[in-house]
Design a protein around this ligand. Structure first.
Ligand code: DLZ
Length: 158
């Protein structure tokens, strides 16, 4: 998670591999859409900045973060992508749903990474409130979507 010392959009451009030969899948949750669409924008911009062609970015929307791992698995099964970026935003509420959803998605992404031959990238914001999410979706701590895109490019070329 970003802090005052770590901006999600700041990185060494030269350390990121060229993506012109890559296809990248992005699975995005519709829940907290005002945030997740900003993550998507950041991820797409960063991928294209590093050479990924717009026609080689495949986007799939799912209702909420809990559905992200299923969407990511289906995306991987197409065999058309070299990495899958998973974007969502879970905001703490009055009930323990936050803990269950975060645990489910985190475990699911870990299992996908162990089971499949391509990398799945954790682009999930897990915040206490909407302000913390805004700060990390193009706000004062940068954009988690940028960070996820950089990670996808690095992992796809490992
Ligand atoms: C139900 C729910 C709640 C309360 N909060 C969030 C959230 O903050 N972020 C998110 O992405 N999804 C949330 N959801 C929806 C669940 O992820 C899931 O879509 C539903 O429980 C249906 O399975």
């Amino acid at each position: 998670m970003a802090t005052a010392y770590q901006n999600l959009s700041k990185y060494d451009f030269s350390s990121v591999p060229d993506g012109s030969d890559l296809s990248i899948g992005i699975v995005i949750a519709e829940w907290n859409r005002v945030i997740t669409e900003k993550l998507l924008e950041g991820a797409c911009n960063t991928l294209e900045k590093h050479g990924v062609k717009a026609e080689n970015i495949f986007i799939k929307r799912v209702p909420g973060s809990f559905e992200l791992t299923y969407g990511a698995r289906r995306m991987a099964e197409t065999g058309e992508v070299n990495a899958v970026i998973i974007l969502g935003c879970v905001i703490k509420g009055e009930t323990p749903h936050f803990d269950y959803i975060c645990a489910g998605v985190t475990q699911g992404i870990t299992e996908l990474n162990l089971m499949c031959d391509i990398p799945f990238i954790f682009g999930l914001l897990t915040t206490n409130d909407m302000q913390q999410a805004e700060d990390r979706a193009g706000g004062k701590y940068g954009n988690k979507g940028d960070e996820a895109a950089v990670t996808a490019l690095k992992m796809a070329k490992i």
